[in-house]
Design a protein around this ligand. Structure first.
Ligand SMILES: [Zn+2]
Length: 224
C-alpha cells in the first residue's frame, strides 16, 4: 500500500490557473502574491483574518436569528391582513402545490445559510485553539459547498420583483426581516472576503509531528 507523501514545505504552491509550481514569499498582512506566468492572484494575506471573520460571523448569527423569527412581508388586501416569515413563505409554497419551489426556498434561504454560518463559527473556534483538532479540516472542506447553496440574495431579488408586481393589487408592508436579510447578505460577503483558508490550513496539524517528520525523512532518503 502506498500513500501520498506531503512535502513538508509550506511555501510551495501550485497556481490553480496554469499549474505552475512556485515558492511564495512571506507576505505582509494585506499583501498578495501573483503567479509570474499567468498573473492570477495566488494568495492574499488578510489583515487579522481570524478575529475579523469571527466578529462578522457572530454578527451573522444574530442577524440570522432575527431574520427568521420576525415577519418578512405583510400584505393588506381588501381589508384582510396577512404576514409571513421566510420559513412561513416556504411552508405556504409547500401547502399550495409548489412543493419543489418550497423545498428549494427552505434549503437555499434557510438551511444552507445556517450551515454556512454555523460551519464558519465552528471552524474559527476550532482554529483559534492552540492545537486545532482534525474536525476543523473536515468542516473546512465542506464549507465552500454550503456557500454555493446559500442564496439569500437570489431570494431577495425574487421578493423585490414580486413586490413590484403585486403592489398594484395589495398594500405591501415590508417586514423587519427584509431589511435584516439585506444587511446579512453584505455580512456574509464580508465574512467570505476576510476569511483566509490558507491561514487555517496552516494551523491544522495533519497528523502528529513525529509522523510528518518521518514522512519527510523517507522522502529525502528516496531522492538521495
Ligand atoms: Zn499561473
Amino acid at each position: 500500500m502506498s500513500y501520498n507523501q506531503p512535502i513538508n514545505d509550506h511555501s510551495l504552491l501550485a497556481c490553480q490557473h496554469c499549474d505552475l509550481l512556485q515558492r511564495i514569499p512571506e507576505l505582509e498582512p494585506g499583501a498578495s502574491a501573483r503567479c509570474p506566468r499567468c498573473n492570477k492572484e495566488l494568495w492574499r494575506r488578510r489583515v487579522d483574518s481570524l478575529n475579523r471573520t469571527f466578529a462578522l460571523t457572530v454578527a451573522a448569527v444574530v442577524l440570522y436569528i432575527i431574520a427568521n423569527s420576525v415577519p418578512m412581508l405583510g400584505l393588506t388586501i381588501v381589508g384582510r391582513d396577512a404576514q409571513t416569515t421566510v420559513i412561513g413563505g416556504a411552508l405556504h409554497l409547500w401547502n399550495n402545490d409548489q412543493k419543489v419551489v418550497g423545498v428549494l426556498v427552505l434549503f437555499t434561504a434557510v438551511i444552507a445559510p445556517a450551515l454556512q454560518i454555523g460551519l464558519m463559527l465552528a471552524i474559527l473556534l476550532g482554529a483559534m485553539r492552540p492545537r486545532p483538532p482534525q474536525w476543523v479540516a473536515t468542516l473546512l472542506r465542506y464549507h465552500p459547498t454550503t456557500k454555493i447553496w446559500s442564496m439569500i440574495e437570489v431570494m431577495m431579488v425574487g421578493v423585490l420583483v414580486a413586490l413590484v408586481k403585486i403592489a398594484d393589487y395589495a398594500t405591501v408592508v415590508p417586514g423587519l426581516a427584509l431589511f435584516v436579510l439585506w444587511v446579512l447578505v453584505f455580512i456574509l460577503a464580508g465574512m467570505s472576503s476576510s476569511f483566509d483558508s490558507r491561514d487555517v490550513w496552516d494551523r491544522i496539524q495533519w497528523a502528529d509531528e513525529a509522523h510528518r517528520d518521518g514522512a519527510g525523512e523517507a522522502l529525502v532518503e528516496g531522492t538521495s
